[in-house]
Write a protein that binds this ligand. Sequence first.
Ligand code: JDQ
Length: 241
Amino acid sequence: MRFDIVTLFPAIFDGYLSQGLLEKAIQRELVDVQRHNLRDWAPDTPHRPVDDKPFGGGPGMLIQVEPTVRCVEDVQAMETSSPPGSTRRIVLTPQGKRFDQPMAEEFATSQRLMLLCGRYEGFDQRVMDILQPEEVSVGDFVLNGGEVAAMVIIDAVVRLLPGVLGDEQSNIDDSFSRGNRLLEFPQYTRPREFRGHKVPDVLLGGNHAAIAKWRAEQSHQRTLQRRSDLLGDQTDNNPSK
Ligand code: JDQ
């Protein structure tokens, strides 16, 4: 799968792309991540501007439509092996549809994702009108730009790709994976006791039916206490979708 990231700050991704699971997936050519500096599409004048003040007044600056549309069109044309229709264009914005596990699963079936990361107060509306990207939010809080949100998307999608996780099974039972809308039960490893905090006896007894029952109860209890919206209770936990 190929990711194209359009950003004014490509270096933000350096550490993320060079560590752990993603580094391995890139080395094994399961994933290709290309960054594109929007500044390269700015006018060839000393300051290479890509932003300007909003018409009608108001605080802050907006990213201009012209460099953005030209950039996206050029980036689209960079990999002709994938037809334009097979690329999903995503713009990260607090105004978008809330990102969730089903959306990650759908993105993971795509050959190519283009992620548009804004800065300042975001993009001129005509970027959305012309390119018609999917507008996606990673949560109801305001980031300083789309880059961290893009990393969230890449992180959630990459671990769903065949061959990326060492243990092919290890994401199947995760909270929120298809069909599972419960929080995970608590887990423990050695030692059996630390500062008086003991591992629950049931986990040490080897009774697998009793362990499964305890874990199911813990999952349900936790979900009820922390995220009752997942159980269909819409009165709690900002289910803003
Ligand atoms: C941008 C900003 C004032 C946006 C600029 C580009 N889920 C989510 N939270 N925040 C973002 C996404 C996000 C994404 C892209 C962004 C925030 N900002 C900052 C400032 C109004 C709108």
